[in-house]
Design a binder for this molecule. Sequence first.
Ligand SMILES: Cc1cc2nc3c(=O)[nH]c(=O)nc-3n(C[C@H](O)[C@H](O)[C@H](O)COP(=O)(O)OP(=O)(O)OC[C@H]3O[C@@H](n4cnc5c(N)ncnc54)[C@H](O)[C@@H]3O)c2cc1C
Length: 391
Amino acid sequence: MRNSDVVIIGGGIIGCSTAWQLAKKGKSVIILERNDVLSGAAGATDGVVGYHTKKPGQQMELAIQSIRMFDTLEEELGEPIEYGKCAGGMQPVEDKMQWDILSGIVEEQCRSGVDIRMISAEEARRIEPQLSENIYGALYSPTGGKINPLKLTLAYFHAAKRLGAEFIGRSEVTGFVIEDGVCKGVRTRDEEYRAGAVVNCCGAWAGKVAALAGLSLPIRPRKGQLAVTEPVGPFMKATIQCARYNVIKFRPETITDENILRYGSSLSIEQQEDGAMIIGGTREFADYEEENTFAAIDTMIKRAARFFPLLENVSVIRFFSGFRPYTPDGMPLLGPVSRLPGFYMAAGHEGDGIALSPVTGKLMAEYIADGKPTYNIDAFSPDRFLSEPSA
Ligand SMILES: Cc1cc2nc3c(=O)[nH]c(=O)nc-3n(C[C@H](O)[C@H](O)[C@H](O)COP(=O)(O)OP(=O)(O)OC[C@H]3O[C@@H](n4cnc5c(N)ncnc54)[C@H](O)[C@@H]3O)c2cc1C
């Protein structure tokens, strides 16, 4: 049997960020990961750190707290994370209907004081000259940025380890130690780990892991497929999604095409520091099916060429996929579960977990170490999905 102040289940970006923040507060931490760091969504993702893809209201407010933290993160973590602060985020719009929908969402988002605007097609092409002439206009968020998610996850991981956190890979949590209604630890096949607090940071698998503790939480995998091109010269600065990305995310009821809905097909595209373009944009419910599918990749590549015609001549060199941790209300589950003292959730960030990783780790560490976070996150409580057990 092993003992520590905190056991974190899941060594993805949320688990590593939480471990680092807890270690900074002097807590002894063990991270149990069934595979290795980066084997989940954090290793199969883009790195958009922007405001314009965030749900207006509480999620936007959380994003503002989190994105502010990126300004000093590289220095604090002590290794490069490739934060491109001035990149901006853009969503080219195809027609008046998309323009009207996005304008409405932008109006709501701007109530939080963020700078997101609708701009003309000419203005959009001045910012990103490779954009097709065949667009109606664009959403533009000049203060959004991008990050290298692999480097960021590893930076949290290394910083946590330097402060004494212990990482145990190839250790799948298979059960919980629950005594008198209190969570006292977890079990793997080989060992029992006891702790004052157990944090479920299992991303798209967090619902399955919570079920091992008798909790039914509606976190499901939402698959995203990605294609990577050969490196090209400087091509774009902003992170780009087509307008349909936000339309599907916030107003899915306005989409009537079954195929678009099935794949959640839109376009997301950004250029990495090495010159390669990462092209994605599917949001599929396909259980835990990892395979890349021709239909999805074909749609994504065609949409990339529709908005950036020069990409027709660029070769795609590899594909992969990842699972976003989807929740029905689009908000993560953060904080303690009242029904099971000692058990905490930090999961369900869907397509925003990279951007929300700094603040998630900080607030979770405050909850666990200080009893209360400095910023009120009651709206994200896992309890919202749990009805009281019947007497
Ligand atoms: C295609 C795609 C594009 C995305 N683009 C962006 C973006 O641009 N910006 C952004 O902010 N976010 C983006 N995201 C979302 C982001 O990647 C996720 O929200 C984030 O990675 C979730 O992190 P996590 O640590 O919660 O989960 P994960 O990184 O999935 O980590 C969970 C870990 O738990 C482990 N685990 C599971 N079960 C157990 C168990 N029983 N015992 C021990 N360990 C276990 C897994 O092996 C895994 O390593 C994207 C995601 C995808 C798929």
